[in-house]
Structure formats: C-alpha cells, structure tokens
Design a protein around this ligand. Structure first.
Ligand code: SAM
Length: 161
C-alpha cells in the first residue's frame, strides 16, 4: 500500500541537511485524474488515461520540435512526499530497503520521472498517457525519450570511451 506520510516498522528517518537552492523552477503543472495518492497508479502505463501537461510562459516556445517524438520523458516534483527516509518498507511488512534501491516517491529530492506516450501538443498543452502523479503536480522538465533521441551536436571524444 502506498503511504501518506506515516513511518512504518523498521523504517529509518534522518534529519535532512538544510536545503540548498538548486535554482529549480516549476515550468508547468500536470493535470491528471488522481486527487488521492492512495489511488494513483504506482507506475504510469502506456494505456493509462489522458493527462494534460500545461507548460507556463516563458517556456512554451521550448516545446518546438518535441512533437517529433512518440514518447517523452516527463520529470515532476512529488511535492507531497516526505523526504527524510533512508530505509523504507514498501509493503509495510517490516522488510526495509534503501531509498535509492526503490522508485518510491519518498526520497531526499522527490523527483518523479515517467516515459509517457505523446498524444499531442496544442500551444502550451502537452497531452500524454503514462503518468502516475497527482492532479496539480509541478512540472520540472520534458525531454524526448532517450531511446528515440539522436544527439544533434557533432560527436565528441567522450562519446566513444
Ligand atoms: N514514475 C515515477 C518514478 O518512477 O520516478 C513515480 C513513481 S511513484 C512510486 C508514484 C507514486 O507517487 C504514486 O502512486 C503516488 O502514490 C505518489 N505521488 C504521486 N503524485 C505525488 C505528489 N505530487 N506528491 C507525492 N506523492 C505523489
């Protein structure tokens, strides 16, 4: 069962260091059918419901060219997550695992990422299937699915190491 913010048996919370300002900005907002974390899918599905990503100005021009890709990577900020667990028990069974061995939303920097099916782009609105976040989740970034992307810049030596 997905958690709200409770700590489970055998989980370990730490006191996180003070936040540093990485200068992140929310570049948009994601509209999904889910208003309850406990009802959200744990992982988005290619045949999941349509979700609507609204990109804010001044970033709308940055969508140019994205429509060439059938799948895109969506990065979002899981803003309702706690951020202090180093060991977690996903099944609430007392069996703890390290946070970095999981895709749980509970992590020091709660970045969620999904490969979504691109359905269409209309002005600032990107419609996709394959998300697993709450309605209103802040958007961090959009990129072509890496398996579909060929770098535009010429090769450089490190590419072949
Ligand atoms: N696909 C992403 C990934 O792998 O990085 C996220 C996976 S995470 C297991 C998905 C879960 O995060 C959902 O089932 C829901 O419980 C939770 N969640 C969704 N939106 C959230 C939000 N805005 N804040 C906190 N938790 C959220």
């Amino acid at each position: 069962m997905v958690r709200l913010n409770e700590i489970r048996r055998n989980e370990i919370a730490v006191v996180p260091p003070a936040a540093t300002d990485a200068g992140l900005v929310y570049i948009g907002r994601i509209a999904t059918p889910w208003t309850d974390r406990l009802a959200c899918p744990r992982m988005g599905r290619a045949d999941g419901p349509l979700c609507r990503i609204e990109v804010f100005e001044p970033w709308v021009a940055a969508l140019d060219g994205l429509c060439a890709y059938a799948r895109i990577e969506v990065l979002y900020w899981l803003d309702a997550s706690r951020r202090d667990l180093v060991h977690q028990c996903p099944a609430s069974d007392g069996v703890a695992r390290g946070t970095f061995s999981l895709r749980s939303p509970v992590r020091p920097n709660p970045i969620g990422t999904s490969i979504a099916q691109l359905v269409g782009i209309d002005g600032p609105i990107v419609t996709v299937r394959g998300l697993d976040c709450l309605d209103g989740t802040p958007l961090l970034d959009l990129k072509p699915d890496r398996s579909l992307f060929t770098p535009v810049a010429p090769p450089q030596p490190g590419d072949f190491e």
